[in-house]
Each structure stands twice: as structure tokens, then as C-alpha cells.
Design a protein around this ligand. Structure first.
Ligand code: NAD
Length: 491
């Protein structure tokens, strides 16, 4: 049922969805009237038609953001903080609705959607607190003649590009620090999942974020519209979360205009279980590190290495936990694993599993797509995976866990680090001294030491090597949207 002003009423679940572009505080169709469908991955049915921004639309958005951003930057930090705090309160009041949107467009199980929502909205509370902590420094020049005053200023118009796997959190992890810093933003959400971002825009407007400070431009022509924004002379920042492949291409493009970039890219996390680990705790941590978000997470544990003395016990217990996971449509009660995002994701997952099987690994549970409507792949464990299996090299973006055994610390650390990625590593040992020493040797921006979850708005999230540049969350997350200025003062 079509309602007025681009709102779509959807009978099942009765969501009142915003489906138009949000530019300068106004909802509007694309300049050429084009739309694209949003598919519910559990039914393969279209749930909405969303406006597809054109180059003209995004050019307009950059120009409007530049004007709005100038005024926003001049507001007192405390005023910005209070609007962020209000946003947190309103988002919290509508938590269930946000989680429902996430389930509908992404497919994930409701507990994952609720977890994502709690994480997503917390960035507004954290950055409400950080907005007023804009520190600079002052020192006397070594020659004694003048003072060196260093301050931080908002960087300016920021283009935010986000993936489909966390439709709310990947957006709020950028929007909250950017507007806390005093920047105006244009968000280009993933084409599979723009509805949650449009809902967040509506709620932020209600909280008092002024027109033009936050704009949302879904588009099926991602390359064209992001390229146009990057090349616009008023754009000063690109913050991208997505695959390493697209991140590399955008870094090259940003080089043409020397635009400041923050990049949160792919991962290929190792999960190490040492012989002195508490195995039950390691299995519980492995279930979180592997199955949170159905394995569709950059932080997902992709490669499990268990010491040969505990390999069998860990593998048996982990396989039993994986096999017991309830699969089904995300909104159904008790479901722990929803569908994958689309047909392509299923095919890619199965390609990796069939390759590992052909090279000699055993399928301990799962191992083939489920034959039912929706994009379902069951929790899968592969034992004794050979070193040449593709699954150990590529990012595994789904519920599949390859396990290998090891006998020596140096050998397993080398294997863990043998990847172009460096986002996160997990390790379990009851000897904290040993765990800290090994953590220092792992090439990853984040380490889960006896813990399967690292994400926290107060912590610096980000990767080394080809997993990215810069950090999100924590005080550092706000500094990504600020630029240093130095004033030499004759005092
Ligand atoms: P993707 O790279 O395909 O897309 C990400 C975003 O970029 C989407 O909005 C997409 O529309 C847009 N895009 C695609 N091609 C583009 C182009 N040529 N120019 C400009 N924009 C373009 O990634 P995805 O499939 O949406 O997400 C999965 C990937 O995201 C995984 O690799 C995952 O590891 C990564 N990820 C990383 C983090 C992190 O914090 N490091 C968090 C979540 C997801």
C-alpha cells in the first residue's frame, strides 16, 4: 500500500517506511524518478521500492551540507552534545522498531538485530559525552620566541558509505562522531539495506539535528554517486566501511582530490585455542565470534586453530553447539540464525565449502545450502582443513567454521598472521601473561583475549594491514572528523 510522501505501509509487520532521499531536511524522490527494490532475504519478496539518487541529487546534497555544516560547526559543543543525547533517548525509545527494520531488510535473527540496535544507539550517548572534549595544546617554541597553539576544527562535509551487514550500527558509528565534531554528513547506505538508515534520519531530525546536517542518499548507482561526491570540491572526508576491494578503489579515487579517508575494510580473523585454555569458555567465545550476526561480520572468526592436545574436545563441543543452532526467518521466536543477505552470498559460501571438501577436509555439520525459500546456509563446521583450502585465505562472510590443529606457538602465530587482513584476532589461554605476550605478536588492530566480542563504542575499532585506516568509536573516532590547525602566536 503506497502512502503519501514516499512512505510505504507494509502489511506484514506493518512498518511505515520512508523510501525517499533525505536531503536538506526534506524527503524527495530521485531527480529522474528512479527507484530500486529492497528484498526480504527470508521470503525473497520485495518489501519496498526506494528512490535511487542521481549525480544531480548527491551534488545538491554536498552543497546543502556545506552550508548547513558551517552553521553546525559554530554551535556550542554543549548544544551539539545535547542534541546527540536527545537522539540517543529517542532511538532507545524506538529500539524495537529499529530492530524490526533490520530483520526485514537484512534477514538477521531478532536477537542479533536487538544486539545491533543496542550497539548502534550507544554511539549517540558516547559521542554526546565526547562532543565537549575537544582538546588542543599550547607550548612555548623551543627558541622561546613565540607560543605554538594547536587546535582541532571540524574537517567539513563528510561522505559516509556503509555496508549491508549492520544497517544501523555501521551508519551510527560514523554519523554520531561526525556530527559531534561539528561536521555535516551525507550517508550512502548499502543498496540492500537503506531502510534502517532512513528511519535513523527521521529520528535524528526529531531530536533536533538541523536540516542539511544529516543527509541520506540511497542509490543503486553506488560507484557513480560516491565518485561524484568525492570529486566535489566541497567534500573534505570519506569514511567507508565495506570490502577491501571497494575500499582500495575508493582510496585511488580519493587520491585524485586528496580527500581525507577513513577505511573499515574486510577481515579474516584467526581464533586460537591453546592447550591451557578453559575449553568451555573457548567454545562459548567461539560461538559469539563465529555466529554473532550469522557470521556476516568483519570481526567474525574465520579460521580456528586448536592445539593438538585439545583439538578433539574443542571440535566436538563446538560442533555440537553449531549443530544445535536454530535456523529460520529472523522474526520467528527462538531463531538464532536467519538467512544470508542474497543468493550471491549463498553461492560464495558454498564455493568455499566445496573447495575445502574437495581438498580433503571433513564436514562435521552442515555443508550445503538449505533447500527452502529464502537464502539459508546452515551452521557448518569443517574439520582438519588443509592449508591450501581457499577458505583459509578469503574472508568467510557466513556461518562456516574451518578448524585446524597446531602444536607450536611460533607456528600458529605465523599462520594467524599469514593474511593480507589484520582486523581482529582471538585467543584463549588461562595464562594471562602468555596471552598478553602472544597478543603483542598478532598483527591485528584488535585482540579478543579470552573474549569472543571486541566491539564497544568506547573502544578504538579498526584494523591493521589491508583491513583499514583509522579507528571508529572511542575519542579517536571523533578525531577522524577533525583537522589540526596550528597558530604561531607572538604572545
Ligand atoms: P561492499 O564493499 O560491496 O559495499 C560497501 C558499500 O560500498 C555499499 O554502500 C556499496 O553500495 C558501496 N559500493 C560498492 N561498490 C562501490 C563503488 N565502486 N564505489 C563506491 N561505493 C561502492 O561491501 P558489503 O558487501 O556491503 O559489506 C561486506 C564487507 O564489509 C565485508 O568485506 C566486511 O568485512 C566489510 N565490513 C567491514 C567492517 C569494519 O568495520 N572493518 C564492518 C562491517 C563490514
Amino acid at each position: 500500500m503506497e502512502a503519501s510522501h514516499g512512505e510505504t505501509e507494509h502489511a506484514q509487520g506493518s512498518l511505515s517506511m520512508r523510501t525517499e532521499l533525505f536531503i536538506g531536511g526534506q524527503w524527495r524522490p530521485a531527480s529522474d524518478g528512479a527507484t530500486f527494490p529492497i528484498i526480504d532475504p527470508s521470503t525473497e519478496q520485495t518489501i519496498a521500492e526506494v528512490s535511487s539518487a542521481t549525480v544531480d541529487d548527491v551534488t545538491d546534497a554536498v552543497e546543502i551540507a556545506a552550508v548547513a555544516g558551517k552553521k553546525w560547526a559554530q554551535r556550542a559543543p554543549r548544544e551539539r552534545a545535547e542534541i546527540l543525547r536527545k537522539a540517543w533517548e529517542l532511538l532507545r525509545d524506538r529500539k524495537d522498531e529499529i530492530a524490526t527494520y533490520i530483520v526485514r531488510e537484512n534477514g538477521k535473527a531478532m536477537p542479533d538485530a536487538v544486539g545491533e540496535t543496542s550497539y548502534a544507539i550507544e554511539f549517540f550517548r558516547w559521542y554526546a559525552e565526547e562532543a565537549v572534549r575537544n582538546y588542543g595544546e599550547i607550548l612555548t617554541s623551543p627558541a622561546g620566541g613565540n607560543k605554538i597553539v594547536v587546535m582541532q576544527q571540524p574537517i567539513g562535509v563528510s561522505v559516509l558509505v556503509t555496508p549491508w551487514n549492520y544497517p544501523a550500527a555501521m551508519a551510527t558509528r560514523k554519523i554520531a562522531p561526525a556530527i559531534a565534531a561539528g561536521c555535516a554528513v551525507i550517508l550512502k547506505p548499502a543498496s540492500d539495506t537503506p531502510l534502517t538508515a532512513l528511519l535513523v534520519a527521521e529520528i535524528l531530525t526529531e531530536a533536533g539535528v538541523p536540516p542539511g546536517v544529516m543527509n541520506v542518499v540511497p542509490s543503486r548507482r553506488s560507484g557513480e554517486v560516491v565518485g561524484a561526491m568525492l570529486h566535489h570540491p566541497l567534500t573534505r572526508k570519506l569514511s567507508f566501511t565495506g570490502s577491501t576491494e571497494v575500499g582500495r578503489a575508493l582510496l585511488k579515487e580519493a587520491a585524485d582530490c586528496v580527500v581525507n579517508c577513513s577505511m573499515e575494510l574486510g577481515g579474516n580473523a584467526p581464533f586460537l585455542v591453546f592447550e591451557d585454555a578453559d575449553i568451555d569458555a573457548a567454545v562459548a567465545g567461539a560461538m559469539i565470534a563465529k555466529m554473532r550476526n550469522g557470521g556476516e561480520a568483519c570481526t567474525a572468526a574465520n579460521r580456528f586453530y586448536a592445539h593438538e592436545r585439545v583439538y578433539q574436545e574443542f571440535t566436538d563441543k563446538f560442533t555440537a553447539a553449531m549443530a544445535a543452532f536454530k535456523v529460520g526467518p529472523g522474526h520467528e521466536s527462538g531463531v538464532e540464525l536467519g538467512p544470508m543477505i542474497n543468493e550471491w552470498a549463498i553461492k560464495d559460501m558454498d564455493r568455499l565449502v566445496q573447495d575445502a571438501k574437495a581438498k580433503g577436509s571433513e564436514v562435521l555439520t552442515g555443508g550445503a545450502p538449505l533447500q527452502r525459500t529464502g537464502y539459508y546456509y546452515p551452521p557448518t563446521v569443517l574439520g582438519n582443513v588443509p592449508a591450501d583450502a581457499d577458505i583459509l585465505r578469503e574472508e568467510v562472510f557466513g556461518p562456516v567454521a574451518p578448524i585446524l590443529s597446531f602444536s607450536d606457538d611460533d607456528e600458529v602465530i605465523a599462520q594467524a598472521n599469514d593474511t593480507e587482513y589484520g582486523l581482529v584476532s582471538y585467543l584463549y589461554t588461562q595464562d594471562i601473561g602468555r596471552g598478553m605476550a602472544i597478543s603483542e605478536r598478532l598483527d591485528a588492530g584488535m585482540i579478543g583475549l579470552n573474549r569472543g566480542l571486541v566491539s564497544d563504542p568506547a573502544a578504538p575499532f579498526g584494523g591493521m594491514k589491508q583491513s583499514g585506516l583509522g579507528r571508529e568509536g572511542s575519542h579517536e573516532g571523533m578525531m577522524e572528523y577533525m583537522e589540526m590547525k596550528y597558530i604561531a602566536v607572538e604572545w
